[in-house]
Design a protein around this ligand. Structure first.
Ligand code: MN
Ligand code: MN
Length: 300
């Protein structure tokens, strides 16, 4: 089962200018074939479906615990998209004749569905607004094949994150991508180590891991200095205690010791996003919303 914690894995900058173009680009990292919806659902269904799991428990625990982390990554990319769409339209619906959504026709808007369908929020779709599909899930039941696929998935995900990073200097997008490059690097290395345990093959001889170092990107340094490139979380208060059978030894790049950590990352508060009255979101006029809020809090 899953427990939910009302925090983000990292803090994102608040009070930034709206940036619908960056929001559209990083949709690829949410709902693209190699996005967080794909990593989440691949590992989730592989863990649900694994046969003989007690005999190969560390491999089961690896996909099970990373599933929980990926769920938080879906949340994190969505939070970034929402921040970038915050205040991207203005005006008030009480005066529709003034075209309060006119900015949706602007040259920086690459995905009109953000406003027209979602009321300034994230879509379960890629950068071209193609909906995410279950066809992006690979689950053969063969542990070697599935692990090889997961290694490939994390490698492709890293490549797409780097390209998204290069599309924008927006601080929200870059900080989110910097963190995910570091954490994706852990997952990529973990699946490489799992393949080495399963087959004896040296994955690093086939492909340098990573092909492009996280150390090239300004926004990864803070997270690597915190050791986040060498820590694998159990993502559970007491379960998934056998990860050390795979995640042990030294980091491929800097030789620092790999570590399995109990529980979850520290976590940071989510931003409270502003209403979008021009789109009728959340469906009440400002004075009605205030009254509703006061009435609800009285019963807490
Ligand atoms: Mn991820
Ligand atoms: Mn990952």
């Amino acid at each position: 089962m899953f427990m939910r914690i009302d925090k983000l894995q990292i803090e994102l900058p608040k009070n930034v200018e709206p940036d619908p173009a960056a929001a559209a680009a990083i949709q690829e990292l949410l709902g693209g074939r190699f996005g967080e919806m794909s990593t989440l659902n691949n590992y989730m269904f592989q863990s649900f479906n694994m046969r003989g799991r007690d005999k190969i428990r560390p491999f089961y625990e690896l996909v099970a615990s990373i599933t929980a982390e990926e769920f938080g990554h879906v949340e994190l990319v969505s939070a970034a998209i929402n921040l970038l769409l915050n205040n991207s339209t203005d005006g008030n619906r009480t005066n529709p004749d003034r075209a309060p959504l006119h900015s949706t026709l602007g040259p920086d808007v690459k995905n009109m569905h953000h406003t027209l369908i979602n009321g300034n929020s994230a879509r379960v779709a890629d950068a071209m607004d193609m909906p995410w599909t279950g066809n992006n899930v690979f689950n053969s039941g063969d542990i070697v094949l599935d692990t090889l696929h997961n290694f490939f998935l994390e490698s492709g995900a890293r490549a797409h994150k780097m390209r998204c990073y290069e599309t924008t200097t927006n601080p929200v997008a870059r900080r989110m991508i910097g963190y995910l490059l570091v954490r994706g690097g852990v997952h990529q290395a973990a699946y490489a180590k799992a393949l080495e345990e399963l087959t004896g093959v040296s994955v690093t001889k086939m492909l340098p891991i990573p092909q492009i170092s996280n150390k090239m990107f300004d926004e990864t340094r803070e997270f690597e200095a915190m050791g986040l490139h060498r820590i694998l979380y159990q993502f559970s208060p007491e379960d998934y205690t056998h990860l050390g059978a795979i995640w042990h030894g030294e980091h491929y790049e800097d030789g620092l010791p790999l570590e399995v950590r109990e529980g979850v990352p520290e976590g940071h508060p989510l931003a409270d996003l502003t209403e979008a009255p021009s789109s009728g979101v959340p469906g009440f006029a400002p004075e009605e919303l205030e009254e509703l809020s006061q009435r609800l809090m009285k019963n807490v």
